[in-house]
Design a protein around this ligand. Structure first.
Ligand code: SF4
Length: 342
C-alpha cells in the first residue's frame, strides 16, 4: 500500500547512524533533552528526582519529531520525567497487573490461555513514563542461555500453547543473532503456530527494521504478527513508513496498540489522526488501553467515561476497522477486559 503523501511527515533529519549506534547515543539527561528542544526548565531538581526512580532514555530520532519550545508536545510528555511521578496516589501500585505471580520461570509470563510471553530483553530504547512495567524486576528476568532453555522446555511441554509473544522491555533491543536463535528454537516446537512481536523500536529507531532483521523474522514456518506501540500521529514519519513498508512487503501482519494518555492523545481529533495515519502505512488499530494504574503514572490517567465517549466519537468518524478496541488489563483475567464490559 502506498501512503498518501499528505498524511506522512517527512522526517526532519535522515538517519545518519545504524540502529546500534543510535541505541548507544540515547538522550539520558534532562538537561540534554531540554537543550535539544530549546526549553528552559524551571524545576530541574524535580526532573532529576523523577529520573532516579525511572531513568530518562529517549533516542534522538524520537526527539527530532518533537516541537521545539513546546512543553506540551505530545511526544515530549511521554518521556518527560516529572515531579508528579513521585507523589503517592491511591490505587497506583508497583505491579498493577500482578505479573510477578504469573511468572513460572525467569523471563516467561503465562497469563492467557494458548499464549505465553517471553521477556526477551529488560531494556528499552525509550523509557515511557506511563509504562506498567516501570517497576518490573528485569534483573530477575534477564534469562541466561540455560534459563532460555527452561522457558522453551516449558512451552514444549504444554501443547495448548500455540502462540509465543516476544516482549520486554523491548525484544528488538536484542541482537539479530540472539533473535534468530530464539525464533529457530520456537519454530522447532511443533504446536507453536504464531510468533508475535511487541515492539516500540520501529517508532523510536525505525532503522531497527533492517532488511536482515525482516529476513530473520520471516524465514521460519511461523505466522508472524508485529504489534507496534504508537500513541500519537506525530510519531509516524517517513522513516517509520519505510520500516512498515518492509514488514508489510514480507507478509507480516501489522497491528498497533496505544495507551490512552492525558494531554497526549485524549481527544477525538488526535485519535482519528493516529488511526488514519497508521492505516496509510498499512497498520490496523488493535487495542486502545486505558492506563494501568502503575505507581508514578497517575498524571496520565483519563476518566473511563471520557474514554468511552472518545471511542463513540471515533465510531462516527472512522470505518469500524479503524476504531481500536478500548480495553483494560486486569490481574487474573483470562483475556483483556473490554470497556464498557459486556
Ligand atoms: S517501550 Fe514499552 S516496555 Fe519499554 S518503557 Fe515503553 S511502554 Fe514500557
Amino acid at each position: 500500500m502506498t501512503a498518501p503523501t499528505d498524511l506522512i511527515w517527512q522526517s526532519k533529519k535522515p538517519a545518519t547512524a545504524n540502529w546500534q549506534q543510535q541505541l548507544k547515543t540515547l538522550v539520558r539527561e534532562p538537561a540534554q533533552l531540554f537543550a535539544l528542544l530549546g526549553l528552559q526548565a524551571e524545576d530541574m531538581p524535580a526532573h532529576l528526582a523523577a529520573c532516579q526512580d525511572f531513568s530518562l532514555r529517549v533516542p534522538t530520532a524520537f526527539v527530532d519529531k518533537m516541537q521545539p519550545g513546546d512543553w506540551n508536545d505530545p511526544l515530549l510528555l511521554q518521556v518527560l520525567p516529572q515531579g508528579a511521578e513521585l507523589l503517592a496516589q491511591p490505587g497506583f501500585i508497583a505491579d498493577p497487573l500482578q505479573e510477578q505471580s504469573n511468572n513460572p520461570h525467569p523471563g516467561l509470563i503465562h497469563k492467557y490461555h494458548g499464549r505465553v510471553l517471553l521477556v526477551v530483553s529488560g531494556g528499552c530504547a525509550i523509557n515511557c513514563r506511563y509504562c506498567f512495567r516501570r517497576h518490573f524486576p528485569y534483573e530477575d528476568n534477564n534469562p541466561s542461555r540455560k534459563e532460555w532453555q527452561t522457558a522453551l522446555d516449558y512451552i514444549a511441554a504444554d501443547s495448548s500453547i500455540s502462540e509465543v509473544i516476544l516482549s520486554g522491555g523491548d525484544p528488538l533491543v536484542a541482537s539479530d543473532k540472539q533473535l534468530a536463535e530464539l525464533i529457530a528454537n520456537i519454530a522447532a516446537i511443533p504446536h507453536v503456530q504464531t510468533l508475535r512481536v511487541h515492539s516500540r523500536l520501529p517508532l523510536v529507531i525505525p532503522e531497527r527494521i533492517s532488511d536482515e532483521f525482516v529476513t530473520l523474522l520471516t524465514s521460519s514456518r511461523l505466522q508472524t504478527v508485529f504489534v507496534i506501540h504508537c500513541n500519537h500521529a506525530n510519531e509516524l514519519d517517513s522513516r517509520v513508513q519505510q520500516a512498515m513498508a518492509k514488514l508489510k512487503a514480507a507478509g507480516v501482519t501489522l497491528l498497533n496498540q496505544s495507551v490512552l494518555l492525558a494531554k497526549v492523545n485524549d481527544n477525538s481529533a488526535a485519535l482519528q489522526a493516529l488511526n488514519e495515519k497508521l492505516f496509510a502505512m498499512g497498520v490496523l488499530p488493535y487495542y486502545l488501553h486505558v492506563l494501568d494504574k502503575v505507581q508514578g503514572a497517575a498524571h496520565f490517567d483519563v476518566d473511563e467515561s471520557h474514554a468511552i465517549a472518545l471511542i463513540e466519537s471515533l465510531r462516527t468518524k472512522l470505518p469500524g476497522y479503524l476504531v481500536p478496541k478500548l480495553v483494560r488489563e486486569l490481574p487474573q483475567q483470562a483475556s483483556k477486559t473490554p470497556i464498557p464490559a459486556y
